[in-house]
Design a protein around this ligand. Structure first.
Ligand SMILES: Cc1ncc(COP(=O)(O)O)c(C=O)c1O
Length: 395
């Protein structure tokens, strides 16, 4: 694509993003290329979206193929094949469930809350409507998901948000038991690996205790795997490390290779509680995005792919540890697979900016954590290059 002739930042866009003044014009694998020809190693993957890298042949091929049918969109008034097949394939790859397709992560969260409330209402009536979320959580920017997001700066300007949300501490089972009640709680929502909250891996024992508590009190357990799911943790879903299943599973980001798509998987008992007409969306599960998502899912679940992610993660881990051992500012290394956090003694955003000057793109996760989300197929040597640039930025 040729760059626009006017490359100074426009004032026509709503000023909600602080973007650096770099205009990207193309991408290739783990690289993004700016209009001046400078190449940046992209360890953001579009915040966990470009799991197969930029310009992935599988994704580009699937987009072309999907377009050939002439069906980009029909709405959910009518049946189309790719969404039906994709739903079956997602269910086959996860747990018995039914799928609702939407267009973003936050929308899958809103749907999760509606389904959970609908199901809980069949047990405890209107009183059983409360949602329990966790400190450090991020579930989205819409009124329901924002209410379950523990970020005062994101929440406060827009209050009142959706009422009925309580916050618990990860790891504090006694506190959780007080908040989660049979009579009042509809759902508990948790990211098995907290992303925005600083790449915090929730211990598998706690996830199992949560599962048991939700079963005992007839509460829907929602896993938000929008950032950590679909291969990023080295498993198809991070909750697989705990050997348990949620009642509702939120996915989005990498699902359609960079095209907007989200999905909510609902276990049969929850899915059965909602009737035709009670929820919906115009674009969700359209034939083009669903066709591309089928190819992405097939790629990530192909034999050897996840083993490759774990192998690359080991290489990244080794480099990060070596870097940490030499650094006076690294406080903690976090994460699994290719979702990693480097907690620093200092301002993460300043380091992100410094790394950018050195040709490495990173994103902060809170005030003192640098997040690394390289494409899942990044070659070892580029993982090492990325850590070298990060080390330079840290120094
Ligand atoms: C864990 C998690 N949940 C929900 C969301 C919201 O997704 P979206 O921005 O697509 O609405 C995000 C986005 O970063 C996320 O990381």
């Amino acid at each position: 694509m040729s760059p626009d002739t006017t490359t100074s930042p426009t004032t026509a866009l709503l000023g909600i993003y602080k973007k650096p003044d770099i205009l990207f014009v193309s991408g290739e694998g783990a690289w993004l290329v700016a209009e001046d020809g400078r190449r940046y190693l992209d360890f953001t993957s579009g915040i966990g979206v470009n799991a197969l890298g930029h310009g992935a042949p599988e994704v580009l091929g699937a987009i072309r193929e999907g377009l050939e049918s002439g069906l980009v969109h029909t709405s959910n008034l009518f049946r189309t094949e790719p969404g039906e097949r994709l739903a079956e394939e997602l269910v086959a790859a996860t747990f018995p469930s039914q799928v609702f397709f939407c267009n973003s992560g936050a929308e899958s969260g809103e749907a999760a809350f509606k389904l959970a409330r609908r199901w809980a209402g069949t047990i405890g009536g209107k009183a059983k409507h409360r949602i329990v979320a966790f400190r450090g959580s991020f579930h989205g920017r819409l009124f329901g998901t924002l209410a379950a997001t523990d970020r005062p700066a994101y929440r406060e300007p827009f209050e009142p948000l959706m009422p009925g949300v309580d916050f618990a501490e990860v790891g504090n089972l006694a506190g959780l038991k007080k908040l989660v009640t049979h009579d009042r709680t509809a759902a508990v929502i948790i990211e098995p690996i907290q992303g925005e909250g600083g790449i915090r891996v929730v211990p598998v024992e706690f996830l199992r205790e949560l599962r048991a508590l939700c079963d005992e009190r007839e509460v829907a357990l929602i896993f938000d795997e929008i950032q950590c799911g679909l291969g990023r943790s080295g498993r198809l879903f991070a909750h697989e490390y705990a050997g348990i299943r949620p009642d509702l599973l939120m996915i989005a980001k990498p699902l359609a290779g960079g095209l907007p798509m989200g999905a909510l998987l609902a276990a049969p008992h929850v899915a059965a509680a909602i009737a035709a007409g009670e929820h919906g969306t115009t674009f969700g599960g359209g034939p083009l995005v669903a066709h591309v998502a089928r190819v992405v899912l097939r790629t990530i679940t192909a034999p050897g792919f996840l083993a490759g992610v774990l192998k690359r993660a080991d290489r990244l881990d080794r480099s990060l540890r070596e870097m940490a051992s030499r650094s006076a500012v690294v406080k903690e290394l976090r994460g699994v697979g290719l979702i990693r956090g480097v907690q620093v003694d200092g301002d993460a955003q300043a380091i992100v900016m410094k790394a950018r000057d050195l040709g490495l793109l990173l994103v902060a996760a809170g005030p003192d954590v640098i997040r690394l989300l390289p494409p899942l197929n990044t070659p070892d040597e580029l993982l090492v290059t990325g850590v070298e640039r990060l080390e330079e930025a840290l120094s």
